[in-house]
Design a protein around this ligand. Structure first.
Ligand code: RB5
Length: 142
């Protein structure tokens, strides 16, 4: 199950991401926001981070205007590794090296074609399970 969260700035791009998830039969839970009315991105980062902490969802996708505020917030939650990605290389590398459990993007930074490719790579790339990456992730948790 994939947790989704966005603010008003990310709402439009999130609709494109949802279309991609549905076309590819991914199960998701949408924690909002549900319109372009102004709202506060930390509220949605919190909902998604807590869904992952509880084990209700395995991964999350967060979108705001830049992706910055929403990823900063998500990374305040223990066990959350939110990666701000605006290119395909980073989306793949953060799964392999950081075992990122959230991908964050900025709707004012990337278009829908690139965003859905970033999401595809984030969802399909496995963690490397490499001992040195595990050691580094454990240091983050400590
Ligand atoms: C909202 O205007 C904007 O500040 C927000 O979407 C995000 O870019 C914050 O980091």
């Amino acid at each position: 199950m994939i947790a989704l969260g966005c603010d008003h700035g990310g709402f439009g791009l999130m609709q494109e991401v949802i279309k991609f998830l549905e076309e590819n039969n991914y199960e998701y839970k949408n924690f909002g926001t549900y319109s372009e009315d102004s709202c506060d991105y930390p509220d949605y980062a919190k909902k998604v981070a807590e869904a992952i902490q509880k084990g209700e969802c395995e991964k999350g996708i967060l979108i705001c205007g830049t992706g910055i505020g929403i990823s900063i917030t998500a990374n305040k939650f223990k066990g959350i590794r939110a990666a701000l990605c605006h290119d395909c290389f980073s989306a793949k590398a953060t799964r392999e090296h950081n075992d990122a459990n959230i991908v964050a993007m900025g709707a004012r930074v990337v278009g829908p074609g690139l965003a859905t490719e970033i999401v595809r790579l984030f969802l399909t790339t496995p963690f490397s399970n490499d001992e040195r990456h595990i050691r580094r992730i454990n240091k983050i948790e400590d």
